[in-house]
Design a protein around this ligand. Structure first.
Ligand code: SF4
Length: 359
């Protein structure tokens, strides 16, 4: 769902502001794509997870999202216990929308809180504030959303260790089941990237970033959360099944503007992606595919190892990486046990080193 109320200064996602008028056409195009994919691939396995990401899926008016949820259930075999997640912005969370999500079977909500402190929110150019985030969270809970995740961002310019801890504690006070913490990155081409280049925004000291990550581990673990992936913490049983599917290299079908898909038969892997711009996507549907590639076997295995080593559970490593794994174990970045490999705490914090070694 590539629509947003406003383009945040740090964001390089496929997200556009000021396109609300084309939402009905977009959803119509999306349904054409979904129906065509279903017809082309009759062997579609029953869906274990459905994920509405963005952009801001919560911006869709209730009748549009309700219709789309009905369409997906009518078109695909969605398992009765499927995890159905919708990413929501606090500002576009109201009773009518939450009601439509619940009626359509959305059973997990990912709330883009990002922060509570006015200065950090201003640097990020977020248009929502702490009061809105709190209200949106409580509304979802009071209406019966059992599984709620929040996103928080650290390494924001001017953010101290103390103010980050305060942000974590305010987030935890809401009572989430899952917390994602993202380190702010300056993506080339974004407004924030330009502002840093002009000297208007400082980058956070790397030592302070490290301290903030350390603080997140301490605060979240003390609150009963487990770090099951580099950036993700969950209460027991609330790990994101959808995101685990990515890290475990399960087949994922992505529909919509700019969406990426992945398929594998165990030995080979393919990925493909759709045209990114919403209007071009609408015009191209029901066949919006922009391009794709077959991954060479070694690369497919390397990617699966790199992704598996993002997760605390690790994996049984694919063949052909003995030297790399021996070096990683010697550096204290991974543990090898019972035929499996898993990242150490150091390996999670320095996953880029693992990725470099493996890829
Ligand atoms: S709301 Fe999210 S997707 Fe939209 S512009 Fe802001 S960061 Fe990007």
């Amino acid at each position: 769902m590539p629509f947003c109320r406003h383009k945040c200064g740090y964001c390089d996602f496929n997200a556009y502001a000021g396109m609300d008028r084309i939402m009905p056409d977009y959803v119509g195009a999306l349904e054409r794509e979904l129906a065509a994919s279903r017809d082309d691939s009759r062997e579609f396995a029953p869906l274990k997870t459905v994920y509405f990401g963005g952009g801001t899926p919560s911006l869709l008016p209730p009748e549009l999202i309700a219709g789309l949820l009905r369409f997906i259930r009518a078109t695909f075999d969605v398992l009765p216990d499927a995890e159905v997640t919708l990413e929501a912005n606090p500002a576009s969370t109201d009773e009518a929308r939450v009601g439509a999500w619940l009626d359509g079977g959305v059973n997990r909500r990912s709330l883009g809180v990002q922060g509570f402190e006015p200065r950090a929110l201003a640097v990020l150019e977020r248009k929502t504030d702490a009061a809105q985030a709190t209200r949106a969270f409580k509304l979802a809970r009071s209406m019966g959303v059992a599984n709620v995740s929040i996103d928080l961002i650290y390494a924001v310019p001017h953010q101290s260790r103390e103010s980050w801890i305060e942000t974590l504690r305010r987030g935890l006070d809401l009572g989430p089941d899952h917390v994602s913490t993202y380190c702010l990155t300056f993506e080339e081409g974004t407004l924030l990237w330009r502002r840093r280049a002009e000297g208007k925004v400082p980058e956070l000291d790397p030592d302070l970033q490290w301290d903030q990550l350390d603080a997140a581990c301490e605060e979240l673990e003390a609150a009963g959360f487990t770090r099951y992936e580099i950036s993700n913490w969950a209460r027991p049983g609330f790990e994101s099944r959808h995101n685990l599917a990515y890290w475990r290299c399960r087949p994922v079908y992505g529909a919509g503007a700019g969406a990426h898909s992945y398929a594998t038969d165990g030995a080979h892997a393919w990925r493909w992606w759709n045209v990114a711009r919403p209007r071009e996507y609408i015009a191209a549907c029901p066949t919006p595919r922009a391009d794709g590639e077959e991954l060479p076997e070694r690369k497919a295995r390397a990617e699966s190892l790199m992704l598996g080593l993002r997760t605390a559970e690790g994996m049984v490593p694919p063949a052909g990486f003995d030297d790399e794994l021996a070096r990683l174990a010697k550096s204290g970045l991974i543990d090898r046990r019972d035929g499996r490999v898993a990242p150490t705490r150091r390996g999670m914090d320095l996953h880029n080193q693992i990725a470099l070694a493996v890829l």
